[in-house]
Design a protein around this ligand. Structure first.
Ligand code: ATP
Ligand code: MG
Length: 211
């Protein structure tokens, strides 16, 4: 099982402009793909197309061979988890945030997700909204992992983190691929891209005007 995400001839428009044009690439399970490119090149837009938070004008996205338009959006967003750059923490504790919208969360699954995100159980009773940016990033990652996704999309996971915390996140991201997930990391951090990525996709931004 190595299919993961397959993007074919994707074109995305914003207004009358093509932000992404005719983009094709694979993000197989078990690998980390770094998505790089200047601010405004379309990295976040592309990630949003992969779990249908945004719809392309043309082209297809498949997950393990299935067109994502055939998957209900709520189901798709558990299978393809997007960890936003500034993740939203819900009211309550870290434990509340991890269990949010789940009928039940097994302690072992929860603790494994925490560990994979570089946290431990001591964080569970902490007030989520009082956490630092780096801690929030890790809670958001743990929350995504508790949903046992097939793919995980990280948007600027190390932005605004101190070098030590960024290194913890980098190691965490590199280890994710060992879980047979498809991992895509959008980043300006070339050190992160070089240290974690099996492949790099550079977006140069589609030219303005008709496409
Ligand atoms: N909702 C929107 N309406 C209009 N234009 C948009 C919208 N969302 C994004 N864009 C435009 O699409 C382009 C790509 O934006 P996007 O946020 O994907 O870039 P990015 O590569 O993630 O940039 P950054 O590195 O700054 O995060 C930009 O020109 C942006 O202005
Ligand atoms: Mg962005």
């Amino acid at each position: 099982m190595n299919r993961g995400i397959e993007v074919r001839e994707l074109t995305v428009r914003r207004g009358d402009r093509a932000v992404l044009r005719d983009l094709s690439f694979d993000a197989p399970r078990g690998k980390v793909l770094a998505l790089v490119g200047a601010s405004g090149a379309g990295k976040s837009t592309l990630l949003r197309c992969l779990n249908r938070l945004a719809e392309p004008a043309a082209g297809t996205v498949a997950l393990d061979g299935e067109d994502i338009r055939a998957v209900a959006p709520q189901v798709l967003r558990r299978r393809v988890a997007l960890v936003a750059q500034a993740p939203v923490m819900l009211p309550g504790t870290v434990a509340d945030n991890l269990a949010y919208a789940l009928d039940a969360l097994d302690d072992e699954v929860r603790d494994a997700a925490l560990a994979a995100a570089g946290l431990d159980r001591s964080f569970l009773p902490r007030t989520a909204r009082a956490l630092s940016g780096g801690e929030r990033a890790r809670v958001a990652l743990a929350r995504a992992l508790t949903r046992d996704p097939d793919a995980i999309l990280l948007d600027e996971p190390t932005a605004a983190l101190d070098p030590e915390t960024a290194e913890v996140i980098a190691q965490t991201v590199a280890a994710l691929a060992n879980r047979d997930l498809a991992v895509i990391v959008a980043t300006h951090d070339m050190a992160l891209a070089e240290s974690v990525a099996d492949a790099t996709l550079r977006l140069v931004g589609a030219a303005a005007g008709a496409a």
